[in-house]
Ligand binder design. Structure first.
Ligand code: T3D
Length: 257
């Protein structure tokens, strides 16, 4: 039974809700274990076509619970055991992952949102670059994803000066995929997630994998990788369905297979 998250699977969507609202959903060791357990379930459940992370209450997540690690001497080992596998799991999941940023987000909560494929942001949210204020280096993939999403200069400015990013600025920077009003947030997120779930999920998994790989390869290598991914996509049921639907002038009914 989960205590620090709520985990729900319904209509092809899996929801992981960080559930420590009184601590702004700060991450603890227990929470890491529970998220890891839920992620294993999402990975093997073929009915699940989209994963959504969100927070209960007024925060998405304020990052590491600073009380939970008070007095700790080696954050390196802690990161290797907790956040690093979590971020790797999100990136390697062959399904779309949404961060539904319902409210304040800081530290490793911000990093987790960066690792997701889409960030749907409430207009009452606020992205806080908290690491510098506690004398820490941004971690959990923050230094990998942030400059890739918003560019080096802005990433340097935010991480070193420790500023806040409003939802409107997040949208301008390309950090937010879409902004939604708080009173319609859950409904809009569900509707976006349902739409994503009607797309060819296996192909999205292939796009995601190759998109991440593109950061480590040159053009020639990527051309070969695309050819391989296309070979796989070309053998999916959804590709056949897409072509049939086009020729029959109807909407495709993709099954994610
Ligand atoms: O291995 C390792 O540990 C290294 C890994 C590090 C990864 C990290 O994530 S480091 C960064 C950790 N996070 C922070 O430093 C953020 C700290 N929080 C804040 O800066 C602010 O709380 C926010 C900007 C997120 C929100 O501000 P505000 O004014 O809306 O809320 P608040 O009043 O500051 O917080 C409300 C309560 O939540 C408060 O408790 P109280 O006073 O009501 O009993 C506050 O202490 C608690 N809280 C918020 N964030 C954390 C937290 N408690 C523990 N850990 C937190 N991260």
């Amino acid at each position: 039974m989960f205590e620090t998250i709520r985990f729900e699977k319904k209509e092809g969507l899996a929801w992981i809700r960080f559930n420590r609202p009184e601590h702004l959903n700060a991450f603890t060791k227990r929470m890491h274990k529970e998220i890891s357990c839920a992620l294993k379930d999402v990975k093997k459940d073929e009915e699940i076509r989209t994963l959504i992370f969100t927070g209960v209450g007024r925060a998405f997540s304020s990052g590491q619970d600073l009380k939970d690690v008070q007095g700790a001497t080696d954050y390196g080992d802690y990161l290797r055991e907790t956040y690093n596998p979590l971020i790797s799991e999100i990136v390697s999941l062959e399904k779309p992952v949404i961060a539904a940023v319902n409210g304040v987000v800081a530290g490793a909560g911000f990093s987790l949102a960066l690792a997701c494929d889409f960030r749907l942001v409430s207009t009452r949210a606020k992205f806080t670059e908290a690491f510098i204020h506690v004398g820490l280096v941004p971690d959990s993939g923050h230094l990998f994803f942030l400059p890739r999403i918003i560019g080096y200069a802005k990433a340097m400015e935010l991480t070193v000066l420790g500023g806040d990013v409003s939802p409107e600025e997040a949208k301008k920077l390309g950090l937010a995929t879409k902004l939604f009003a708080p009173d319609r947030f859950e409904e809009e997120v569900r509707s976006f997630a349902k739409y994503i779930s009607t797309l060819p999920t296996k192909t999205i998994g292939l796009i995601k994998k190759q998109m991440h790989e593109s950061f480590h390869h040159n053009l020639q290598e990527m051309l070969e990788r695309e050819a391989y991914a296309q070979q796989v996509a070309g053998k999916t049921e959804d590709h056949r369905e897409g072509v049939s639907a086009f020729l029959e002038k109807r909407k495709p009914n993709f099954k994610g297979k």
